[in-house]
Design a protein around this ligand. Structure first.
Ligand code: GLN
Length: 239
C-alpha cells in the first residue's frame, strides 16, 4: 500500500457500470474500513488518464458499444497495464475480461483488439448466458464456492497456458464448453460473476484486499448477513 490510505480504483464506471459491479469497490472499501484501514475509491472516467499508482483496481461489465469506448481508453492510457505489470491486484468482471483479452467479437460481428492482460479471446455464443453461476475456485488461497449472476453473449476461449479462476458447478461460465470460469494472470483476476461478485464472495474480496495491503492475513469479519446472502444464493442455484 502506497501510504496509509488504501486507494481503490473504480475504472470507467461511466461506461462499464451497467451491471452494478461498482459495488465491488464499495465492498473493498467497507471491508478495509471495518478493519480500521482508511480506504477511498478513486473513480477513473473517460475524462481521466488511468493512473498506475493505485493499490487495487476494479472494472465492471458493459454493453457492447460502451465496452468499445472503454477498450479505446484503456489502450490510449495504459496505466492499468503498468499497474498489473507491477503486481497490483485487478478484478475484471464480464465485459472487462473480454477487454483485457487479446480480442473480442461483438454480437454484431466486429472484432476489437483488447489490451492482452489475459491470454484469451472472445466470440459470441449461440445464445446469451443468463442466470445463477456457481463455481469451485482453482486459485490457491480460495476454498469456498464462488457465487454470482452471469449475463453475457460472449464466450471466452482461454489460451493454452491460461489458468481459469474456477470450474463451473452450475451455469455456463466462460461459455466454450470446457467447464472453466474466469481467468487468472498474475495479480489480475477475471470472472463472469456479477452480483456484485465481492458482495457474494467475501473470501475473494479479502484475497484482493490482502494483496492490495500487502499482508498474508486479515482479521476475520463476522457478518451473518453476508453468510445468509451466500446460503440463499447458493440454494437458489440448486433449485
Ligand atoms: N457485452 C458483453 C457480452 O454480452 C459483456 C456483457 C457484460 O458485461 N455483462 O458478452
Amino acid at each position: 500500500m502506497s501510504d496509509s490510505t488504501l486507494r481503490i480504483g473504480l475504472v470507467l464506471p461511466d461506461v462499464m457500470g451497467t451491471y452494478g459491479d461498482g459495488g465491488n469497490a464499495l465492498v473493498l472499501r467497507q471491508r478495509a474500513r471495518m478493519r480500521g484501514i482508511d480506504a477511498e475509491i478513486i473513480s477513473i472516467t473517460l475524462d481521466d488518464e488511468v493512473p498506475d499508482s493505485l493499490d487495487v483496481y476494479t472494472l465492471g461489465g458493459a454493453e457492447d458499444y460502451a465496452q468499445r469506448l472503454a477498450t479505446r481508453h484503456l489502450t490510449r492510457y495504459p496505466g492499468l497495464q503498468r499497474a498489473a505489470a507491477a503486481g497490483r491486484p485487478v478484478l475484471a468482471i464480464c465485459a472487462a475480461i473480454q477487454v483485457l483479452g487479446h480480442w473480442y467479437e461483438t454480437s454484431a460481428g466486429e472484432r476489437v483488439d483488447g489490451i492482452s492482460l489475459f491470454n484469451l479471446t472472445t466470440a459470441p455464443q449461440q445464445t446469451r448466458s443468463i442466470g445463477e453461476l456457481v463455481t469451485d475456485p482453482v486459485l490457491p488461497g480460495l476454498t469456498q464456492p464462488l457465487s454470482g449472476f452471469e449475463n453475457h453473449r460472449g464466450g471466452s476461449t482461454l489460451g493454452d497456458d491460461a489458468t481459469p479462476l474456477g470450474r463451473v458447478r452450475h451455469g455456463v461460465g466462460n461459455g466454450v464448453g470446457d467447464g472453466t470460469e474466469g481467468v487468472v494472470a498474475g495479480s489480475v483476476i477475471g470472472t463472469y460473476l456479477h452480483g456484485p461478485a465481492l458482495a457474494r464472495n467475501p473470501e475473494l474480496a479479502d484475497f484482493l484486499l490482502a494483496r492490495a495491503i500487502g499482508t498474508d492475513s486479515l482479521a476475520p469479519l463476522d457478518l451473518p448477513e453476508v453468510d445468509r446472502l451466500r446460503s440463499e444464493r447458493l440454494a437458489a442455484a440448486r433449485r
